[in-house]
Design a binder for this molecule. Sequence first.
Ligand code: MG
Length: 272
Amino acid sequence: MSITDEIRQVLEQQPLGLVFDIDGTLSEIAPTPDEAHLYPGAADYLKEANTHAHVGIVTGRGIKDGARMVNVEGLTYVGTHGLEWSQGLPTTHPVELLKEAEPYVEPGEKLLDFAEQRLAPEIPGLIVQRKAVGGTLHYRLTRDPEQARKHLLAALEEPARQQHMHLGEGKRVIEILAPLTINKGVALRRFVKQFGLHGLIFAGDDRTDLNGFYEVERLRQEGFAALAIAVQHQDTLPELLEHANIVVQGVKEMVQLLGEITAYLNEMQAKK
Ligand SMILES: [Mg+2]
């Protein structure tokens, strides 16, 4: 994949925003979330791109977990699908939890306790990942993932209702979420506003990125220069591909394209 006129037209906007999901976009999906790491070269490209554009990382991971993987200073990190924000690495910068999310910290903890104490012992291989609000249950490594999924959804339904929390799904994961309309799309809109952007590229690979793609569509309808890049894997949602402006094959091609984007931004800078 090389730089097309469509991409060039967005890259020439200033201020420009480049926003990326992590898992499945800049890093290959690993058996466990702790084993995932950024694709070689990706961090250097992000660092370089950030000298020309506002680079954001928007992940479903908790912010500290996501930022630990990327580990590039000066980027905007957005964790837990838009609930946590930091203008730099959260190890050196304050983390803002959106006010709307605060009432759901404790209900989220209760459900995660339930998952750790009651469900994990029943389902070998289940990984429970806690976040600032709610968390994620990874059933990829369980003996019968489809069975585990059904079991988890059934067991969580009533406790989630009692705690006024929502259940969501992604690739081999069940998410315990605050019942808020904050999602990656809302996060993108906030990011665009915050930096007064005139151009935006957003890349993602999974169901939760779809909200980001819808936001890109809305921005385009408003005449804003925006592009959504879908990173295609074997099990990519058809809707994601339908709503993408560009489709790349896997993380490798995504990182190559990021390299091309960075090179183009360098070139533009050199011409000035
Ligand atoms: Mg992803």
